[in-house]
Design a protein around this ligand. Structure first.
Ligand SMILES: [Ca+2]
Ligand SMILES: [Ca+2]
Length: 390
């Protein structure tokens, strides 16, 4: 009896501390077994396919999240916080002045923002997504040292902190796509949560493209079809090996991608009753291992990687926090054939050591004009460059 009480207490404490971590991220969203190292000294641990090389493009980019590269070659970087103990975040501009693929300047474009995770560029203007609002910084490349005051184009998004940080990007239709995550681990979201929306560049005409999305922090449009594909993270606190993380494929507006009733290709979470049936849900196009935290994604449209990577999707697995043995901390490449995701390979790994400690967490991508791939890391506070050297 006493043993049972202790066991119950331990489980309760574990669940409680995990829930607290889930609800109060900045300081508390600490995955298991972090190790702080100079990433430059650990790069030789990264495993890549033959012929590929990784280097540091920029260091000291604190909490580097979403990436957007301007036609002028300036890399804009969002973040969720300034450091692990303070929530307001910064937006950076990373400049490689002499074209040697090593940044010479990391400038702060804006600071004190409400988790400015998302950045996007359109007609020379920088768009920044905070939790509840989208702002625009006009003609940004020309004003790196004296950025203009931001213009608020939409402040009508929910202000929930949980899953409120956003990836944003302009679609082939010229609209800005803005997700709104579910405001908890598992909850039946109202019409304003668990969705992917789009707005015009002036912030007007909000439309909802997809529902049943728990927390997408990565999406991109297929270069040939122009259709949206997005990552989504499965729920926490449901064991070490379920539910799967997801890659999803939007084939028409209004599709429901399952949350909180279904995960992956059809795993049922019956804690919520619904009159919706399997036919009402769009299953994931591809499943990834649970808790890998698949976030940033990028179709490869560069020219320097081998032919097999053309139009394939790179996906960053940020790495687990809610799993007994850490997993993730790597980059997948998804094989998309005839508009179907047929499988994935591990493209880059090694941020998780053999002792199951992690020293880096990949987040998002950008493609340089030479075809090399930039990768942000919000734990090692840097931007990597992966190139194909033959
Ligand atoms: Ca340089
Ligand atoms: Ca789903």
């Amino acid at each position: 009896m006493k043993k049972r009480a202790i066991l119950f207490q331990s489980i309760f404490c574990l669940l409680f501390s995990a829930t607290v971590s889930a609800q109060f991220p900045p300081g508390a969203e600490v995955a298991i077994n972090p190790m702080s190292v100079d990433p430059a000294t650990y790069l030789d641990r990264i495993k890549l396919p033959p012929g590929f090389k990784i280097s540091i493009y920029a260091s000291n980019v604190v909490a580097a999240r979403s990436l957007a590269l301007s036609p002028g070659g300036v890399l804009y970087v969002g973040s969720r916080w300034d450091d692990r103990n303070s929530q307001p975040g910064k937006v950076y501009a990373v400049v490689d002045k002499n074209g040697d693929y090593q940044a010479d300047e990391v400038l702060t474009i804006a600071s004190g923002l409400n988790m400015p995770n998302g950045v996007a560029l359109h007609d020379g203007d920088l768009y920044v997504a905070e939790v509840n609002r989208i702002t625009r910084y006009g003609d940004i490349d020309s004003h790196l040292t004296s950025p203009p005051a931001p213009v608020v184009i939409n402040d009508g998004y929910p202000n929930d902190f949980m899953h409120g940080w956003k990836n944003i990007a302009f679609g082939p239709d010229g609209r800005l796509y803005v997700p709104v995550g579910a405001p908890a681990n598992t909850v039946e979201p109202d019409a304003d949560h668990g969705i992917i929306t789009s707005i015009k560049p002036d912030g007007s005409d909000k439309q909802t493209l997809a529902r049943g999305v728990r927390n997408s922090v990565g999406f991109d449009w297929h270069p040939l079809t122009g259709e949206l594909w997005f990552t989504d993270n499965g729920r926490d606190l449901w064991g070490n090996n379920q539910p799967p993380d997801e890659l999803n494929h939007v084939t028409k507006a209004g599709q429901h991608f399952g949350y909180p009733y279904r995960y992956g290709k059809g795993l049922v979470d019956d804690q919520f009753k619904t009159t919706l049936t399997d036919a009402d849900f769009t299953p994931a196009a591809l499943e990834f291992p649970a808790h890998n935290a698949t976030i940033g994604m990028q179709f490869y449209t560069g020219k320097s990687f081998p032919e097999q990577y053309q139009n394939q999707a790179f996906i960053a697995a940020h790495g687990s926090w809610n799993r007994a043995e850490p997993d993730g901390y790597r980059i997948f490449v998804v094989n998309i054939k005839d508009n179907e995701a047929v499988g994935y390979d591990i493209f880059a790994s090694g941020w998780l050591t053999e002792e199951k400690k992690f020293w880096g967490r990949p987040v998002d991508f950008a493609i340089l004009p030479d075809g090399s791939l930039l990768v942000s890391d919000d734990f090692a506070n840097c931007i990597y460059r992966i190139s194909y050297e033959n």
